[in-house]
Each structure stands twice: as C-alpha cells, then as structure tokens.
Unconditional design. Structure first.
Length: 344
C-alpha cells in the first residue's frame, strides 16, 4: 500500500497538455532551431503560437498591441498583406515564451484570451494551445460523471455476481488506485524525467498529452476488473463450498494466480516492445500501460487483494435481504466457521 499510495500522490501532480518542445528531436535542424530559439529568449512556446482571428470592425493592430502586453508573450504581429487580411477578416499571431503544456503556458493563454476579447466582441483566440485547453475542458470536465456512472454500474454487476456488498466496493477502490498508480509512474518517469533520459535519452516532457490518462484509465480499469473477476469468482465458489474465508483466499489465489500473472506478463512484454517505437507519445503510452499492468498483477492482485479479503473475514460475503431482493439474487449472510485459531 505504501508503494501504491506514493505513486498516487505523484499522480496528483499530473500536468496535461502537449509534450514539452525539448522532445521534438535529439539532434538535427529541428533541435538546433529549438536551441537557438531558447538562447535568443524567445522560448520554446514559439513552436505553438496563438492564432487570433479578428472579424468585423475591430482593428487587428489594436489586438496585437493588447496581446503583446500580456505576461509570457514575447511579441505579437498583425501583418497587413493580402495573405493575412481578406474579406473583412485578419489574422494576428502571438508568440508565447513558455511551453503551452506548463502552468505558465496556461496562465499565458488565459491572459491572451482576456486581452483579445477585451478589444472587441468579434475576436476569437485559436491555435494549438487554445485547442488543447478546450479539449481538456471538454473531456475532463465530465470525467467525474463518467467515473460515477462506471462505478455505479460496476458495483451493481459485481454485487449481483458475488452476492456481496463489500467485495464490489473493494474491487472498485483498488482498481482506481491501480490506475492512479500508473498515472504516477507516467508523471515520475516522463513529466519529471526520472528514467526517461536514462532509458530513452529523452528529457523530461514537462506535461502529459491530454488524451493519454483517459486512454490508460479505460484500458487498465477494464483489464484490472477482468483479473479481479477471475480471482474473486474462484474465491466465492470456494467459500460457498467450505464456508471458510481463509480457505477461499488460499484456493482462489492458488487456482487463478498463475493465469493472471501469465496474462499480465504477456501484456507487459508487449508494451515493452511498444516502448521501443520511435515516437515519444508512443513510449509514454506504453510506459503507463506496462507499469500499470505490472503493478496491478503483482502488488494489487497478488498481495493487497488477498490481504484485504483476509482482514475483512466473513463480512466479505455479506448481502442482506433487501439489496438481494433488488438484485434478484439469494441473500448471503456471514457464517462462523471453526478454525484452529478460533472462529472465522
């Protein structure tokens, strides 16, 4: 639990956005150009400028002047050539200093939006930084609702399958911890660079692509639940046969442990192979999934799950009459079984 909780704490520092510009290349013209930008004081944010569309009667020069005063903006320009102004519209480019994936980059984007919108009502802020921010708001704004729906549905299905109230709650909690631990590995290895440079010779990215935590959650939560069902189904069968929680844990884990471990090892090696791909995002995705699967199969399923079930004892199998009636299954009341150490 100490290992998992440490990684969960690390996951709280997850910074969403585009990968840091330092990862665009290790050498060549791209890297040389980036280094020149950074040394000149322009900053890596120049790779993703803010693109501002001006329509109506608003003066593009006024927009450029207002945006240029925003903290974190190196400069803004509103060219008056035909390629930049036509049919009553104009394009203004604002060059940020910080990378858009950092907290400084987010503050700069907010300042650009406030300054641009204050000039006129027909000013729209676009570009990749704004697109990333809108994507994060759209997807992760409803993320708590999605978690709630998944949790409720999973709890009902597992409660009906295992005829228990505590086992589904325990399974959901540990699955969420497993996913959060995988996010923590992603933050430590890539966002902070504790391993990315040593293993792949890639510097810390500073942020995690906004789509990645959601995809890792979807994959790992489903896979972890599969492992949980394999193990708990066998434990439930053994408990119904013997009435002993201790025997259920021993036999259940003994019969299913090798299957879960083998399946997890195959997937882990698959993602190790994926991590050898050329793209940084691909390496990050493979790291999160590989670490999550390994942690789930070894620490969560092989250690924490049987330990928690052993601690809860006969209350694992508790399903009172009224929820059993709602779930349309037989109620399950804990039984006391004599053991060498007393009652179980």
């Amino acid at each position: 639990m100490a290992i998992i909780l440490a990684l969960v704490i690390a996951a709280t520092g997850l910074q969403l956005g585009a990968s840091d510009a330092d990862t665009v290349a290790k050498s060549g013209d791209a890297k040389t150009g980036l280094v020149a930008l950074e040394k000149s004081g322009i900053g890596e944010g120049a790779l993703l400028p803010h693109e501002i569309l001006v329509t109506g009667n608003t003066n593009p020069d006024d927009v450029a002047s207002a945006v240029a005063d925003v903290e974190g903006i190196h400069g803004a320009v509103a060219p008056d050539s035909q390629q930049w102004r036509r049919d009553g519209t104009a394009l203004v480019e604002a060059v940020p200093i910080p990378d858009s994936g950092t907290s400084e980059g987010e503050a700069t984007l907010d300042g650009v939006r406030d300054a641009a919108h204050a000039v006129g009502p027909d000013v729209l802020v676009g570009g990749q930084p704004a697109s990333n921010a809108d994507f994060i708001d759209a997807v992760y704004g409803s993320f708590p609702l999605m978690i709630a729906l998944i949790t409720i549905t999973t709890f009902i299905l597992l409660a009906r399958a295992f005829r228990s109230l505590l086992l589904p709650a325990k399974a959901i909690l540990l699955n969420i911890l497993s996913v959060a631990a995988a996010w923590g590995v992603l933050v430590l290895v890539w966002q902070h660079g504790y391993g990315s440079e040593a293993i792949w010779d890639i510097q810390a990215t500073g942020s995690i692509p906004s789509w990645m935590p959601l995809m890792i959650f979807a994959f790992l939560f489903g896979l972890s639940m599969d492992y949980e069902v394999f193990i708990l189904a066998r434990m439930r069968e053994e408990y119904d046969r013997t009435g002993s929680t201790e025997q259920a844990v021993i036999v259940g884990l003994g019969r299913t442990g090798r299957l879960v471990t083998s399946a997890a090892l195959i997937l882990f090696l698959t993602f190790v192979a994926m991590a050898s791909g050329p793209g940084t995002d691909l390496k990050m995705f493979a790291t999160g999934l590989g670490a999550g699967i390994l942690l789930d199969a070894t620490v969560i399923r092989a250690l924490i799950v049987p330990a928690v079930i052993a601690l809860m004892g006969r209350w694992n199998w508790w399903l009172p009459t009224w929820p059993a009636r709602l779930l349309r299954v037989e109620p399950s009341l804990p039984r006391r079984v004599a053991t060498a150490d007393g009652e179980s």
